[in-house]
Ligand binder design. Structure first.
Ligand SMILES: NC(=O)c1ccc[n+]([C@@H]2O[C@H](COP(=O)([O-])OP(=O)(O)OC[C@H]3O[C@@H](n4cnc5c(N)ncnc54)[C@H](OP(=O)(O)O)[C@@H]3O)[C@@H](O)[C@H]2O)c1
Length: 331
């Protein structure tokens, strides 16, 4: 039996394309004592993967040419020589863009049988945890405050808005499509939202939609959207820098207005974070997210692309904003 994997083929300048990755086949090795064979069911595609294709300074090493592309998966244990796992178990693993993988069991997490397996890569996985800690830990939102979310119809952003709503905040989302704006207002309870792709003056839109100013800003995108937010923050505002996707394909850093003096004026806090830094607190956070999800207080939308061979397309489409909610690839 052969394994299929996507390896990193060409380091992209700007937006990756399908030649960035190459599919390779190789035989599946025999298991040794302590190992197990995993068959991927769903693979997660995520914006951070663009960072791994670059040699720029980061918090994780880049993927090297010829290496299997990294990524999280939900997989079924096909065969096991490891006492902790049996054939049929469903696990979350970080085995990358391949159909089969041999694991020594380290770093695997069994999927809670009471949840849909795909949720383990989204709302009840890294996506939900990112929204949870980035909003609650860094921004400490209080009832009545105005919370602005960029990338609001994406996987993380749509959950951030819903948690902020549960905390009694007024939520304002920014997203790149009328369908996205409509969905976050209708399904995710955002009080207001605008489509940045059809709005020429982001500042005017924010002034109109945030008449009491902005107390919390959860930033997924950076760039001109964030530049429009900063002059409108209230005294004591908290800003969580989750990601800066508008910058990920730039070969050189984009220069913009220098607005950090707004942090002085408003005595505001701006903090970047990595969800992995909260690993010791994942257990209770997942329990709380599960409660919200199972009671229907938080909606989880998945955007599933069918077919292992469509992984590169699904990833590039994510960078271009094709997705609403959490994008996954079904093998
Ligand atoms: N700090 C952490 O530990 C951590 C963990 C997970 C994710 N993140 C970050 O969180 C952010 C969201 O990740 P996600 O997994 O939820 O992805 P996502 O939001 O589901 O998908 C990416 C979205 O980014 C938007 N986008 C693309 N180019 C843009 C641009 N130039 N300007 C504005 N928006 C743009 C697109 O939506 P539009 O149609 O709205 O443009 C696209 O749908 C990313 O920045 C990611 O790097 C950080």
């Amino acid at each position: 039996m052969n394994n299929r994997a996507f390896v990193f083929a060409v380091r992209p300048q700007g937006m990756p394309d399908e030649s960035t990755f190459r599919i390779v086949e190789s035989p599946i090795p025999e298991l040794k004592e302590g190992e197990l064979l995993l068959r991927a069911l769903y693979l997660s595609v995520d914006p951070y993967m663009r960072g791994r294709l670059s040699r720029a300074r980061s918090y994780a090493p880049p993927v090297e040419i010829g290496q299997v592309m990294v990524g999280g998966v939900v997989a079924r244990v096909v065969e096991s020589e490891n006492a902790a796992y049996a054939a049929g178990d469903i696990v979350v693993a970080y085995t990358g863009w391949q159909e089969y993988a041999v694991s020594d069991g380290k770093g695997l997490r069994k999927v809670d049988p009471s949840i849909p397996v795909t949720a383990a890569l989204g709302i009840l996985g890294i996506t939900g945890l990112t929204a949870y800690f980035g909003l609650l830990d860094i921004c400490n939102p209080k009832p009545g405050e105005t919370v602005v979310v960029s990338g609001a119809a994406g996987a993380v952003g749509s959950i951030v808005g819903q948690i902020a709503k549960l905390k009694g905040c007024r939520t304002v989302g920014i997203a790149g499509g009328d369908d996205k704006v409509e969905w976050i207002k209708r399904e995710c309870g955002f009080d207001a939202a605008f489509n940045y792709k059809t709005t020429s003056d982001y500042g005017a839109a924010l002034t109109e939609l945030c008449p009491q100013g902005i107390d919390v800003y959860f930033d997924n995108v950076g760039g001109p959207i964030t530049e429009a937010v900063l002059p409108r923050i209230n005294t004591g505002a908290r800003i969580s820098i989750c990601g800066q996707i508008s910058q990920y394909n730039n070969a050189k850093p984009e220069m913009g207005p220098r607005l950090l003096s707004m942090l002085v004026v408003a005595r505001a806090k701006m903090q970047g974070f990595l969800v992995s830094d909260y690993a010791s607190r994942f257990g209770p956070a997942l329990e709380e997210l599960k409660g919200w999800y199972q009671s229907g207080q938080i909606r989880n939308r998945e955007d599933i692309v069918e077919g292992f061979e469509n992984l590169p397309k699904a990833f590039i489409g994510l960078l271009k904003g094709e997705n609403i909610g959490k994008r996954l690839v079904k093998v």
